[in-house]
Design a protein around this ligand. Structure first.
Ligand code: FAD
Length: 458
């Protein structure tokens, strides 16, 4: 019987996995995950995601064992490891789902030169390379891209998991997961991650728990104190549930009312659409004008970055968000926008510093979504609004009723009533141990606009 390798990347599931079914159709299957810390360069998997990856791989191996197979782990460059593994086992083909991260693109093209590789669609709603405007060009802006995408929706119906995954006659050697030391040890800072259940079953449970809230998503999604969003992002990033599964279940249940949620699922793919067109989008300004933006640097700027990262800026909503991120590996979208705007506009720090911090601390860190959103908020993105649009944290915080959210993550302020908690310094009730704002909003605004004028040569 022919033997194939099934190369898992950010598709750590058995359901709706066309590459897995393709490999089974060929004969015996050796499922393999390769940890590559070299190929992605500055975007090697970050510290928080290593925690998730450990648990997700554990779950995937368990699921394979229940179907008569097991997951083989290897470490190194996939384009070297997979041909070697094929030679060891007599495998003649690699099956894999298509991915658009620049390092996977490079690995795929080297791999296909060395061994027959079958790439399947299935980790995205649609192949964005086929979405072209009237001039035959790819889209850079979300709205027309989404309109075009909708012409191809719904995606193919999700496929069932196989009932058996034929194993090879002899399993090749694989690394021990524990030897990869993906989990933090000294110190173990992952205590707050116990709210998550990585793995395909965890993803399905999270989606089931969210479905009753789907109809109210549009109204609730901007209020971090309420349970209005799905918190599916790490599961989606690691491919523990497919976008087609989300689309079909959500649309079936809520029809037109699911649209807002589905458009967010599409935003993730738009991020990849941008990175696929601009492979250095996570490190290079989308608009060249920003190459001469006078971002701050030096010791004072470093001290401000540290205050931002540790949640000690004196802006309660910013501090709540940054502490939520540190404790739980996740942050609500509205607060991500506020904290990113604060770093780039109030503190005038290059968006790439924020992108890197998020990359290391987010459980859902995703090259497309992270780069696109940072560049969007900073104003440097190909699709971004002008730099002068600056979020006002002290207004955002009461507008989106964030008092309870602040109480959860900034316990120093927990005793304050709703009307003062958003800006305690204004009411003279900043408690000892909590900082005053590191810069006033108006002063920050004036400094940011002067920098913007300097950048434009005005
Ligand atoms: P829901 O609101 O329930 O949305 C469902 C899914 O849609 C999400 O899980 C996610 O896959 C996708 N999605 C929602 N909003 C966006 C968005 N604005 N852009 C792209 N995809 C979206 N999201 C990431 O997945 N990875 C990142 O690295 C990331 N970095 C971000 C950085 C900044 C500065 C900002 C402002 C946003 C970032 N986002 C990122 C987008 C968004 O904040 C998260 O996807 C969302 O908060 C995840 O929570 P949820 O699963 O409850 O989302």
């Amino acid at each position: 019987m022919a033997v194939s390798l099934l190369w898992h990347r950010q598709d750590l599931r058995l359901r709706d996995h066309p590459a897995l079914l393709g490999a089974i159709a060929d004969g015996s299957v050796i499922p393999v995950y390769v940890l590559d810390d070299v190929g992605p360069g500055s975007h090697a998997i970050g510290s928080a995601q290593r925690w998730w990856l450990h648990h997700s791989l554990e779950q995937l191996d368990k699921a394979y064992r229940a179907l008569g197979n097991r997951l083989i782990l290897r470490r190194g460059r996939a384009e070297d490891i997979l041909p070697t593994l094929a030679a060891e086992t007599g495998a003649t083909r690699v099956h894999a789902l298509r991915h658009y991260e620049p390092w996977w693109q490079r690995a795929e093209s080297e791999l296909t030169a060395r061994i027959e590789t079958v790439l399947h669609d299935g980790n995205h709603l649609f192949n964005s390379r086929l979405l072209l405007n009237g001039s035959g060009e790819r889209y850079r802006v979300f709205t027309p891209w989404f309109r075009k995408l909708l012409e191809h929706m719904p995606p193919p119906a999700p496929l069932a998991a196989p009932e058996h995954v034929p194993p090879p006659s002899i399993f090749p050697h694989g690394d021990r997961l524990d030897d990869w030391t993906l989990l933090p040890r000294r110190p173990d800072w992952s205590g707050g991650f116990n709210i998550w259940t990585p793995g395909e079953e965890g993803a399905r449970a999270a989606f089931r728990a969210f479905l009753p809230k789907l109809g109210a998503y549009e109204d609730e999604r901007n209020f971090p104190s309420r349970p209005g969003v799905s918190r599916l992002s790490p599961h989606i990033h690691f491919g523990e549930i497919s976008p087609a599964t989300l689309w079909h279940h959500a649309a079936k249940l809520e029809g037109e009312k699911a649209r807002s949620f589905l458009s967010e699922i599409a935003w993730r793919e738009h991020g990849l659409n941008l990175v696929d067109q601009f492979p250095d989008y996570a490190t290079r300004n989308g608009r060249a004008l920003f190459d001469r933006f006078p971002w701050r640097d030096g010791p004072e700027a470093e001290a401000d970055i540290a205050a931002w990262a540790r949640g000690l800026t004196g802006y309660p909503v910013v501090d709540a968000g940054m502490r939520e991120l540190w404790q739980t590996g996740w942050m609500h979208n509205r607060v991500r926008m506020i904290t990113a705007s604060f770093l780039t506009k109030h503190l005038l720090i290059d968006w790439r510093r924020g992108e890197q911090w998020f990359w290391d601390t987010l459980l859902d860190a995703d090259i497309g979504a992270n780069a696109m959103n940072w560049q969007y908020v900073a104003g440097s993105g190909v699709d971004a609004p002008v730099f002068s649009r600056m979020m006002a944290p002290f207004l955002q915080s009461p507008k989106f009723e964030m008092a309870d959210y602040i109480r959860t993550y900034v316990p120093e302020l927990a005793h304050l009533p709703d009307d003062t908690i958003h800006m305690p310094h204004e009411y003279g009730c900043t408690p000892p141990g909590y900082p005053l704002p590191i810069i006033g909003h108006e002063a920050a605004r004036a400094r940011a606009m002067a920098a913007w004028d300097a950048c434009r040569g005005q």
